[in-house]
Design a protein around this ligand. Structure first.
Ligand SMILES: [Zn+2]
Length: 123
């Protein structure tokens, strides 16, 4: 189950968001591989049989907690199932009730990110 932030508005959101989440919101996630292994039972994963698959998992360098799982054809490297983000280990990353962020909202996030960065780095 995913836990959601439920901010009232952008001010509330900016106040509540964790700094590493802010980093990902402003600069994007920084994905790195964290594990890889053959899929032993392709049929239970809903994949066509007779092909070897690799399950690759990725995490974010910013430690936001989001995990991506991608399935590759082990012989060709072709991506069979594109990475879908799993937010269950990133509580309160997602918001409920705010809708999509506007251009102005994204500007607020950038300024908040900069303010926290300058406070930490003496910029
Ligand atoms: Zn991230």
């Amino acid at each position: 189950m995913t836990d959601y932030l439920t901010p009232r508005d952008i001010d509330d959101f900016v106040e509540q968001i964790k700094t590493n989440y802010l980093e990902c919101r402003v600069h994007g996630h920084s994905r790195v591989a964290s594990s890889a292994g053959r899929i032993a039972d392709e049929e239970s994963e809903g994949l066509p049989p007779g092909i070897e698959y690799i399950l690759k998992t990725m995490r974010c360098r910013n430690r936001c907690g989001i995990i991506w799982r991608e399935v590759l054809n082990a012989d060709t490297g072709e991506v069979v199932n594109y990475a879908v983000p799993d937010y269950t280990k990133a509580p309160y990353y997602l918001t409920k009730g705010m809708g999509r962020l506007t251009k102005t909202d994204r500007g607020r996030l950038r300024l908040e990110h900069l303010a926290r960065w300058m406070e930490k780095n003496g910029g």
